[in-house]
Structures are given as structure tokens and as C-alpha cells.
Design a protein. Structure first.
Length: 235
């Protein structure tokens, strides 16, 4: 574990490469929301995402892209399929470019029509969890504390137990590195740690959503690489 712990703290050169990978990923999101529409399949959207990243500076994919709509979105590790995007649903997209040896990782959820009821309430709760955790991150805070803060916010919104995975993980040469933001990590975060913040809400047989950013822990707090908006995207 010695090398993994050393890799958990990034230097300036690594941070520049991580930011470059994320810039490709942000550009892919801007492209895909102008491309996708009801009637397309998850697989069509995924192929367009991947193709854009590879044509705009990615050396490869950081991991297999996820595009999931409707009940498929309630599976955090869904595999894109022939399922058709339909009005009234939300679509979860988790994807990232690999560039200059380093990975990026982001998730956005977009809506095929303005959400109402539980779907709207879930989105508002999810965004609040993501943003409040990011505001809390600084050196000395533990991964466990970050995870538990997100859990409390989800519970307050009426979605206790609707996540089922850790809040985040380190990113670097590999897509999953140290440190992790989960209930088992009581070690303090350090300046130079690069982590994701990715709360999710998954309601079986109905829908799922996730909002994920990646950034670096600094002495001032948390600086996001991810530049894509947190505002609701309705197609």
C-alpha cells in the first residue's frame, strides 16, 4: 500500500493532466446534450459520447461509459442497451476521458421534459448533497465524515437508504485510487488528494440519478476540475 498512498497526493504536473482530461469530458457533455433526444437508444448516446472524446484529445476512455434511462438508471453500474429514451424520464450519464496518462470522471443526469413529484424532489436533494459536501471538504476532514454528511442530506430529503454506494473515490492514473469517501475511511484528507463527490438516488423499477464532480483538496477547501453546470438540464 505504500505506493498507493504516495499516489494519493498529486503534484502540480499531475493536477494539470487531470484538468486536461476533465476538459475533454466537459466538452463531451456540452456536445451530447445538443445531440441526444427522445427516440434514441442508450447505446446510440454512449457511442456518440465515446466518439466525441476520442476525436477531441482523449487517448482512450477512463472506463466504459454508462448511459441509463428510466428503470435502468436505478442500477449504478448499468450497461448501455437498446432501451429507448422516452419523454418523462431522466438519463444518467457517467463517463470520462483518459488523457496524457490520467483519468477524468463525471456524472450528469438530464431530463426528457421538466420533472415533477418525486423525480424533482430527488434532483433537488441530490444537488444539495453534492454541493454541501463539496463545501465541507478541506484537509483534516475524513472520508467517513463526507459520506455521512451526504447520507444525512439524502435522508432529510426523504431518500434514506436510496444510494447504496460510497460517496466518492480517488482518481489519477487509475479511475479508482485512494483516498475513498466511504464509511470505512476514518483517515483525514490531505491537500493534493483528488477525489470524486458522487451522491446518487436509485429507486428500483422507477428511475435513478447521480451528480458527480471531480476535484482536488487544497488548503482552502475543494477546487473542482469539473466545469459542467449543476443547473437542471431539460431536453
Amino acid at each position: 500500500g505504500v505506493v498507493l498512498r504516495l499516489r494519493a497526493v498529486k503534484d502540480a504536473g499531475e493536477l494539470e493532466r487531470l484538468g486536461a482530461a476533465q476538459a475533454i469530458t466537459d466538452a463531451a457533455f456540452a456536445h451530447i446534450i445538443g445531440f441526444m433526444a427522445p427516440g434514441m437508444t442508450e447505446r446510440q448516446v454512449q457511442l456518440e459520447l465515446d466518439d466525441f472524446m476520442l476525436k477531441h484529445g482523449a487517448d482512450g476512455l477512463a472506463f466504459p461509459s454508462i448511459v441509463a434511462t428510466g428503470p435502468n438508471g436505478a442500477n449504478p453500474h448499468a450497461i448501455p442497451s437498446s432501451t429507448v429514451l422516452e419523454a418523462g424520464q431522466c438519463v444518467v450519464m457517467d463517463f470520462g476521458a483518459r488523457a496524457r496518462g490520467y483519468c477524468s470522471d463525471m456524472t450528469r443526469t438530464v431530463f426528457l421534459g421538466t420533472p415533477e413529484g418525486d423525480m424533482l424532489r430527488a434532483w433537488e436533494t441530490l444537488r444539495r448533497a453534492n454541493e454541501q459536501v463539496q463545501e465541507s471538504i478541506r484537509p483534516g476532514v475524513t472520508g467517513k465524515e463526507c459520506h455521512e454528511l451526504a447520507e444525512r442530506i439524502l435522508a432529510e430529503g426523504g431518500f434514506a437508504g436510496a444510494r447504496g454506494h460510497g460517496l466518492g473515490h480517488g482518481v489519477g492514473i487509475d479511475i479508482h485510487e485512494l483516498p475513498v469517501l466511504n464509511p470505512r475511511n476514518d483517515q483525514p484528507l490531505q491537500a493534493g488528494n483528488v477525489v470524486t463527490v458522487e451522491p446518487g438516488i436509485y429507486l428500483a423499477d422507477r428511475f435513478g440519478m447521480r451528480l458527480e464532480d471531480c476535484g482536488v483538496v487544497t488548503e482552502r477547501g475543494f477546487d473542482r476540475f469539473t466545469q459542467s453546470t449543476h443547473d437542471m438540464v431539460v431536453l
